[in-house]
Design a protein around this ligand. Structure first.
Ligand SMILES: Nc1ncnc2c1ncn2[C@@H]1O[C@H](COP(=O)(O)OP(=O)(O)OP(=O)(O)O)[C@@H](O)[C@H]1O
Ligand SMILES: [Mg+2]
Length: 274
């Protein structure tokens, strides 16, 4: 399972970044993380911890939100990528799947998938064979290929969003909260697909998740963000066994299952003290 540990090559390095919104709201207070080639890296944390902000900082999507990286550096394969726009970053092999899925509702499922190939110049044949590759991973999308995306289910829309990203032939996918609003069974199904894309296509993933349980089951390495700072990181297998992670993020402690309320109020106290 720990294939990522085999190659030690770092694809993406985020070094001590600070992000400020609207010139005054300091949201990321020095976040550092690495994404290894061929691995699945999880960025975990509750509501408002700064996960989406971190992903948007990497793919340079903060400007439209009046956000700015004011400190630190972001390096992809040894080169600074801070001045690249999202389209240039896609050409380098990095693509983001936004939180909340974002399909083109009036286009069909297949048309949506094809929009993901817009930066490619390797011809129709290659794009068609990748469409088949996406349909192999998501047979459900093949059945729904002619349906208008706006009329498909939440799970199908998440599949379209991931499938569209794969159509750009990425090396690294930044995946924001794929579990959001989906039934547990569907969440597992989507993570299984992410795992097989990772294993079979060698695509690396940085995935932001509130759902610590499922993310640590599929990731190789994890970072936990709290209030704009990384408070813990480690191999996913180790984080799963860590008593604090169990208590605060998995809702279980050694003396049995904790109620979420206890954990929440404790966390609130902890924040106050921090
Ligand atoms: N455009 C913005 N302007 C000002 N503040 C913002 C903006 N976007 C996010 N924030 C604030 O930044 C903090 C981090 O938000 P972010 O969306 O990165 O968190 P998150 O970890 O992705 O949370 P969630 O799990 O709810 O998606 C929050 O306090 C949020 O209110
Ligand atoms: Mg988010």
């Amino acid at each position: 399972m720990l294939d990522a540990a085999k190659t030690d090559e770092t694809l993406l390095e985020v070094n001590n970044i600070e992000v400020i919104y609207n010139h005054v709201i300091l949201v990321l207070k020095g976040v550092s993380l690495n994404v290894k080639k061929g691995g699945i890296t999880a960025l975990l944390g509750g509501n408002g911890a700064g996960k989406t902000t971190t992903l948007k900082a990497i793919s340079n999507l903060l400007h439209s939100e009046r956000g700015e990286v004011t400190k630190g550096s972001i390096v992809y394969q040894g080169e600074s990528v801070q001045d690249l726009d999202p389209a240039q970053l896609v050409k380098r092999g990095v693509i983001q799947v936004m939180e909340g899925r974002h399909c083109f509702e009036h286009l069909t499922v297949e048309e949506n998938l094809l929009t993901g190939a817009y930066t490619r110049k390797d011809g129709k044949g290659a794009i068609e064979s990748d469409l088949e590759m996406v349909y192999n991973y998501f047979p459900r999308l093949k059945e729904r290929r002619r349906s208008q995306a706006g009329y498909t289910s939440g799970g199908e829309q998440q599949m379209v969003a991931i499938g569209r990203a794969l159509m750009s032939r990425p090396e690294t996918v930044l995946l924001d909260e794929p579990s959001m609003g989906l039934a547990p069974q569907l969440v597992e199904q989507i993570f299984e697909i992410v795992k097989s894309v990772n294993e079979n296509e060698g695509v690396s993933f940085l995935l932001a998740e509130q759902n610590t349980n499922v993310a640590l089951k599929y990731a190789h390495y994890g970072y936990i963000l709290e209030n704009g700072r990384v408070v813990m990181d480690g191999l996913a297998a180790e984080l799963r066994e860590n008593p604090d992670v169990k208590e605060f993020y998995l809702g279980v402690s050694d003396d049995g299952r904790k109620s979420f309320r206890d954990v929440r109020s404790y966390r609130r106290r902890k924040r106050w003290l921090a």
